[in-house]
Design a protein. Structure first.
Length: 77
């Protein structure tokens, strides 16, 4: 399920909400996925208030969801 949200954010350029385990604490962050590692071990993302991208290991992600205001609806083509 996490992979689907990461791909959704990457392909549609939409922010997602992720719960991460960092330094032994759960942290909820909105992020925009900019790249996924070819082997699926992690991904690059932009976090609010930061100019540089960060790399996050997939093992640090506990769960993902749509960001506030995004219902995940597909646009009509």
């Amino acid at each position: 399920m996490i992979d689907r949200f990461l791909k959704y954010s990457l392909e549609r350029e939409k922010k997602i909400c992720a719960v991460l385990m960092q330094d032994g604490q759960m942290i909820k962050k909105n992020l925009l996925v900019t790249a996924i590692d070819p082997d699926g071990s992690g991904f690059a993302a932009k976090l609010p208030g930061r100019k540089k991208e960060v790399h996050i290991d997939i093992t640090d992600v506990l769960t993902c969801a749509y960001a506030r205001g995004d219902q995940g609806e597909l646009e009509n083509l």
